[in-house]
Design a protein around this ligand. Sequence first.
Ligand SMILES: [Zn+2]
Length: 172
Amino acid sequence: MIQGNRGIRRRRRRARGVDLDRIMMKRALDLARSAAAQGEVPVGAVVHRDGEIIAEAANTRENGADPVGHAELLALQLAGRVLGRWRLTDCTLVVTLEPCAMCAGALVNARIGRLVWGADDPKAGSCRSLYEIPADPRLNHRPPMVGGVHAAVSASLLRSFFQARRRKKKPC
Ligand SMILES: [Zn+2]
């Protein structure tokens, strides 16, 4: 009986977690859309703690002329500043695209509590596609990861962005 109740509670907690992932991903997708409107590759990221948004960012590589201006890296830096610490073990990072090697490394360094991403990135993704940096047992931190949340929306944003950019580049 007690175990049964616990099971129900655990399932409820899981359901809330999944809903929260979707809610936070929707916010990250909004950030990605606004990045696209400014000519940036549409990727957005949110750092939250139990649903409270601590920091959010979108790609700024083009407009900031910043080689490391990836959404998740910027969101991590901002979260550290907001919380006044570099360890983010109680936070979840939600990003619209599977993090690259640089960002996956930063997530491990930040001791992020959990990682959620949208679309897989077969060209640079380093959490499942090319490498599995946050799951590497040789590293000292391995956060739980969930990929594929609202993946189709994120992938279609990226696809339309690159299609439009190719069209613009074509000489008339
Ligand atoms: Zn990155």
